[in-house]
Design a protein around this ligand. Structure first.
Ligand code: GLU
Length: 446
């Protein structure tokens, strides 16, 4: 494959949620896998609903996921290019003026339905004479503009769904330009895909019909078609669609819960595929696992509990380099031995702070049996401690006291950490060190 160019094209009218992070990720991982580039395009022609703060939030949330666009464009800055394309379509007789009001169209649709006909636009506007149009203009009525569809089947080989087709004879001619001259999404998207040289359009299957319409627009503008792929949509565990109002499934909401971005990316792209969802150590590893033709055609269900579990499992195998900055932000020095000792015990990264405190103190030890603690202190090996110290020490304590299993390990854990559970003491003991261990065995805060 020659180096692909993909794009993610959100409308900045709200925060990204896990559902609309999926096309971003599918595109990004596809570009990574094939040595391509990723364009972030803000579809912000709807000026009433688009907000700069949402555009900024989208870039930030993508950054959290690990997506850094190679190029960023805004449709609101490219209107002249769309005007030129619209003129070209008008010149070719493919874009025609319509004057119906929303009420008129609604009445016609109802009549069609009452007669058992499909509610397709009847193209009445094509029959308007120049005088009729002049009369509308004299009344101050402005036209909206529809694209004249050819009544034929559009077929393509979909990256996800395989051979696909839509019969355009069953569709209404789509409105491309509103009365006020503003553009709906359909035309600017095609114009940008042509102008920027997008090679692969990967998006949700809610766009399948758009693809047929847009394929005809590509052709009417003399351009060849990109390759299309339409992935399934995500629903909640109970099968409802995700809406922008579901704040806790927004990427920022998930980030606040402390869930791992890599787990979000993994679940978002592997859920509902024929491949098992398993933790990965990097987006590059994930890029090697995500196969578009393995994505199921049925909707994928998003389960928050599954995400939590995957997040913990992801954390357990992350290399230090992947968490270094975040550990530093928690006031933890990023040290290999510490990370190796605690990572397997974390559900959320910020819990590492608790173990940092256990290692460096001060903590309040729990001493259930003073005699036992004194005996154990007397048997503590000499410094420096290493990975074998714990085993040697506990064997000696067991031999001297007769304690085994929980009766041996629990009082030592409680003395050393003040807690009943936690990471392997064999790994923690060398980090705590001999001096603090002795103080804690003596019941002192250290
Ligand atoms: N702005 C469109 C959307 O968010 C983009 C769809 C596309 O990828 O073409 O649905």
């Amino acid at each position: 494959m020659t180096s692909p160019l993909v794009r993610f094209a959100p409308s900045p009218t709200g925060y990204l949620h896990i559902g609309n992070a999926r096309p971003a990720l599918f595109n990004w991982l596809f570009a990574r896998r094939h040595g391509g580039r990723f364009l972030l395009r803000y579809d912000d022609t709807d000026i009433a609903r688009s907000k700069v703060e949402y555009a900024d939030a989208i870039a930030e949330d993508l950054g959290w996921l690990g997506i850094e666009p190679d190029q960023v464009i805004k449709q609101s800055e490219r209107l002249a290019i769309y005007d030129a394309a619209a003129d070209r379509l008008r010149g070719a007789g493919r874009l025609y003026a319509c004057y119906e009001t929303a009420d008129e169209l609604d009445r016609r649709r109802k009549r069609q339905l009452a007669r058992g006909l499909p509610p397709i636009y009847d193209r009445a506007a094509l029959k308007l004479t120049d005088e009729q149009k002049a009369a509308f203009a004299a009344e101050g009525r402005k036209p909206h503009w529809r694209f004249l569809l050819e009544p034929r089947e559009v077929a393509w080989d979909d990256l996800v769904r395989g051979p696909s087709h839509v019969d355009c004879a069953s569709l209404s001619d789509p409105v491309l330009v509103r009365e006020d001259g503003s553009y709906l999404y359909t035309l600017p998207s095609v114009v940008d895909d042509i102008e920027t040289g997008v090679t692969h359009v990967i998006r949700g299957e809610d766009h399948v019909t758009n693809t047929a319409v847009q394929a005809q627009i590509f052709e009417a503008l003399g351009a060849s078609l990109p390759t299309f792929g339409h992935h399934n949509l995500l629903t909640t565990a109970s099968g409802e669609g995700l809406s922008k109002r579901l704040g806790h499934l927004s990427l920022r909401g998930l980030r606040e819960t402390g869930v791992e971005a890599l787990a979000v990316a993994t679940l978002a792209t592997l859920v509902g595929t024929s491949d098992a969802v398993r933790p990965v150590a990097s987006l590059d590893e994930l890029a090697g696992l995500v196969e578009l033709d393995h994505v199921s055609r049925a909707p994928a269900k998003f389960d928050e509990h599954e995400l939590e579990t995957l997040s913990a499992r992801t954390l357990h195998q992350l290399p230090l380099a992947a968490v270094e900055h975040r550990l530093n932000a928690l006031g933890i020095a990023a040290e290999e031995a510490f990370w190796q000792a605690v990572r397997g015990n974390l559900a959320k990264l910020d819990e590492a702070a608790q173990w940092w405190r256990v290692v460096h103190g001060p903590i309040e030890p729990v001493i259930a049996d003073r005699d036992f603690a004194v005996k154990a202190a007397g048997l503590l090996p000499a410094a420096p401690f290493d990975a074998t110290t714990w085993k040697n020490w506990t064997q000696a304590v067991s031999a001297a006291t007769g304690a085994r299993g929980k009766a041996l390990f629990m009082p030592l854990r409680q003395a050393l950490t003040g807690l009943d559970h936690g990471p392997e003491l064999a790994a923690l003991l060398p980090l705590i060190g001999r001096e603090k261990t002795l103080k804690r065995l003596a019941g002192g805060s250290a």
